[in-house]
Ligand binder design. Sequence first.
Ligand code: FAD
Ligand code: MG
Length: 343
Amino acid sequence: MKRFFVFISAGAVALSLSSCSSRVPERIQYSGTAMGTVIQQTVYTSARDKTVLEDIQKRLQVLEENRLSWRLETSEIYEINSLAGEEEGVLLSEETAEMLERCLEMNERSEGAFDVTMGPVVRLWNLDSWAAGKESGDFIPPDTTALAEALAHTGSSRLYLSGQDGRLYLPEGMALDLGAVGKGIALDEILNYLRENNEITGATISVGGSILTYGEKPDGTSWRVGIINPFDNSGFIGVLSLKGQWCVSTSGDYERYVEAEGIRYHHIIEPSTGYPADSGLSGVTILSRDGFLSDALSTACFILGREKGMRLAEQYGAEALFVEKDGTVTMTEGMKPFYTESQ
Ligand code: FAD
Ligand code: MG
């Protein structure tokens, strides 16, 4: 179910050594789950102790459980949602306040396309469950009255984030949903961990559709991140060759969706209608140094479409690649040196 695969050249020989150790970096791998998706880690480390993989997995679980989940009662976002309508608001942690500020800025710059208050609408569609086969029977799209009612409880402009006392005021009936940025935030969290650990010389970590590359491979070759073909998920339309630290996120209509009467209903919602976005795209891939940005922009650009999406990515200094529904691939100038089309 992954949109990306990270290719590590088989039998890589460690040619470059870690600056702080005379040991040859060893490649270790791990696969786990968090945030409703698969986490795949490949890490090159010269440490004798190989707990790094479990440490990263644990960090992601803690991030989900304590901060980001809108499903688990233990998290800050859950608390915010359950206190919607309370006059005194909710006191935010510094990290959550900063993250929400960035979300609000993205909402403004994307002219409302990116909106973390889509919770009530996302819940109504329940597409995660349908796409995962957890629901039985025939899928029926929400009726227009229910959709209008859910939409009436959305809108980032209705949030009030007080910089002075660090409180958030969320009107009654509204709910935050961090599905569009959670995996990117996870990449930033992992990056902080990797930077603290001198013995790690290189790594690629994928959290669902978001991938982090870090450091270098012992043989000095590039990290290779395949971009899945939206029309045939078993193949790639192309590959990004990357060196050092990058975050790559993709949003598309071909992974979390359900079909009914010949119509595909996917999970990325156009806030002005409450229906799955239909901007002529099948997929958008963003390349950025920053995980939050790569993930937030992939969702925003998918909703905005090619032209507006390209302008938005450029505003943030990120690179973008668009796959249109007719298969046309376009990208920002800065993406071109990294991209090789599959034959
Ligand atoms: P992206 O394009 O990055 O994001 C799409 C998601 O963003 C949608 O699924 C929706 O959640 C949200 N969204 C929709 N429209 C908009 C919009 N206009 N603006 C902003 N956001 C929008 N999935 C499960 O099946 N079960 C779980 O228990 C589960 N737990 C999760 C916990 C966390 C902390 C996170 C971050 C994700 C979790 N998920 C879970 C997955 C989540 O529900 C989304 O499906 C997933 O994050 C989508 O990521 P993406 O990269 O495919 O798409
Ligand atoms: Mg996203």
